[in-house]
Design a protein around this ligand. Structure first.
Ligand SMILES: Cc1cc2nc3c(=O)[nH]c(=O)nc-3n(C[C@H](O)[C@H](O)[C@H](O)COP(=O)(O)OP(=O)(O)OC[C@H]3O[C@@H](n4cnc5c(N)ncnc54)[C@H](O)[C@@H]3O)c2cc1C
Length: 514
């Protein structure tokens, strides 16, 4: 490994002038729309103290144009953009371990996959977190950490008991690491701990470790069910019935071991996909769980409309089910995580999100049907094959918490929606952006074009998820307060107060930072 010129204790600095072959690879992440083409330095951080030295060096040289990067999976350009001059990269810190006093810890440079492997293999524990293997823990956990075990076990931040974060506290001069936790007695430190339970990355400092005094016990197996509905048969009325069924499934309180993903793929993809994971816990008998949970689910779905096996590739987690000859297969839990671990390929993408507390009203289903059957003029006919509305089940144990317990206020929703569209060529950017914006605005036309709970007399929509950031939420006047209100609701004031205390100089800034 080339530990060139500017080696410092605890970090390695790479600059373009070193002619380092690695440099271009550090300037881009998962979404190929974003690049940090003017970046002057990458700081590869190996220790918390090294991270503090790196931050001091970067602030002195590049002022407020420094970004923190873990997995590089941010949907928007918060890390990689034309103003970025330096990147604090935490990926060399990716270990996990158990601390007698503070519990399990994960370093922030790991990924969903390294976290799963380490916790499962070494302790039989799991995070309830995301299913996509390559997502970085740095941004993922502090933004919420939601995944296929969340109905059973809640959000990852519900389990977070401490965090080690390198802060640049002006009163104290140089940057330094601090450990804050549920046991912190100082109220400002308690605020900092609380803010990391959903307040999102890139706001307060560089997170180096996440601590969990306890974690959920891993299941031993999982039934994975994958079924499809052909667009040849999909009418608005069938879509409404399926969405009603899915909302009812998600609202129930007797099936938290089950998680559903309903991929409402665009008509160009040929079929919609419904996937369920039903876990079997260590002391349980798989066949009993099958009879009690999986069979009734499939019987109810058959009564709505005959489904088929998956025959066409969807995006990410559905492709693996293509070759199955049965609607449901039992896997060991490790296999199940591997199977549902599809991040998809790096390409251009745009995303939007929404929480819902109730089933879909008719006007929303009509809008969904309309936009999923529309191909923007000028795009090739297969141009929308990777465009969809993904409806995930929410609720379950997530809703046992109160809105202010963590920074994530959405504690009464039953569904979490993710609008997504992917493409490969820059010349198609505008078509996809216009399509997803038109789609979203139409679905939320009665609540101001966004899922604004303060504008919804039916008390259904409940804002958006910070880890699925959407720059359009700033509105035409580019007011990030609007977006932050949708993400954080009643928790916004405490988050802003914490930001003012711990990052007075607003060193950590993005187009949707606090
Ligand atoms: C394919 C894919 C699948 C996803 N699946 C899920 C899912 O199942 N569940 C879910 O909840 N979310 C999911 N997400 C969203 C994901 O949680 C967020 O995109 C998350 O912020 C990514 O974190 P990262 O470290 O990879 O990204 P980065 O781009 O590195 O960082 C994202 C943000 O966090 C900041 N940040 C990164 N590291 C640190 C750190 N150490 N300290 C402080 N700030 C930091 C960055 O500055 C940036 O603002 C998915 C995203 C993608 C692209």
């Amino acid at each position: 490994m080339n530990r060139s010129a500017n080696q410092q204790p605890g970090y390695i600095k790479i600059t373009p002038s070193t002619g380092d072959a690695r440099f271009p690879s550090f300037l881009q992440g998962f979404n190929r729309r974003w690049a940090a083409e003017n970046c002057q330095a990458i700081y590869l951080c190996h220790t918390p103290e090294g991270t503090a030295h790196a931050l001091d060096d970067a602030f002195a040289l590049y002022h407020h144009q420094i970004k923190i990067k873990s997995g590089g999976h941010c949907y928007e350009n918060f890390v990689f953009n034309e103003d970025t001059r330096a990147i604090i990269d935490v990926t060399p810190m990716a270990a996990h371990n158990y601390d007698e006093k503070k519990g399990f810890y994960l370093e922030s440079g790991g990924t969903n996959w390294t976290a799963f492997q380490g916790l499962f293999r070494d302790y039989g524990k799991v995070l309830p977190a995301g299913s996509c293997y390559s997502v970085g823990l740095g941004g993922h956990i502090c933004g919420g950490g939601y995944g296929l075990l969340s109905r059973l076990n809640g959000l990852t931040v519900d389990w977070l008991t401490g965090v080690e974060v390198v802060v640049k506290d002006e009163a104290k001069g140089n940057a330094y690491p601090i450990y804050v936790s549920s046991d912190s007695t100082n109220s400002e430190e308690l605020d900092l701990y609380w803010a990391h339970r959903g307040g999102g990355g890139g706001n307060f400092g560089v997170i180096t470790k996440y601590y969990f005094r306890d974690l959920p016990t891993a299941p031993k197996a999982a039934f994975i069910t994958g079924i499809a509905y052909s667009w040849d048969e999909l009418t608005p009325s069938l879509l409404q019935k399926l969405l009603d069924f899915f909302a009812d499934f998600s609202r129930r309180t007797d099936n938290w071991r089950q998680f559903g993903i309903f991929a409402l793929n665009h008509k160009a993809a040929g079929e919609m996909h419904l996937t369920f994971q039903t876990v079997v816990l260590p002391d349980e008998d798989a066949e009993t769980i099958n009879k009690q949970y999986v069979n009734p689910l499939l019987t109810a779905l058959r009564a709505i409309h005959p489904y088929q096996l998956i025959t066409k590739p969807g995006i990410a987690q559905h492709s693996y089910l293509l070759r199955n000859s049965a609607d449901t297969v039992l896997y060991t839990f490790y296999e199940a995580v591997q199977l549902l671990n599809g991040s998809g390929t790096n390409q251009r993408g745009k995303y939007k999100s929404a929480y819902m507390r109730k089933p879909f009203p008719e006007d929303q289903v009509a809008a969904i049907y309309k936009w999923l059957t529309m191909v923007p003029e000028g795009l090739p006919s297969d141009g929308m094959q990777q465009s969809l509305l993904q409806v995930d089940s929410y609720g379950g144990r997530i809703n046992l918490m109160n809105a202010g317990d963590t920074a994530i206020p959405q504690r009464s929703s039953i569904l979490k929606l993710q609008y997504q569209t992917y493409w490969s060529q820059e010349r198609y950017d505008q078509y996809h952006l216009d399509w997803i914006r038109g789609f979203y605005t139409d679905v939320y036309k009665h609540t101001g074009g966004v899922p604004d709970p303060n504008n919804d007399s039916t008390k259904n929509v409940d804002g958006c998820y910070y880890n699925y950031p959407d720059i359009d939420l700033n509105g035409r006047d580019n007011d990030k307060g609007k977006a932050l209100g949708l993400y954080f609701g009643i928790n916004l004031d405490r988050l802003k107060k914490t930001k003012r205390r711990w990052d007075k100089n607003n060193y950590f800034v993005s187009s949707q930072s606090l």
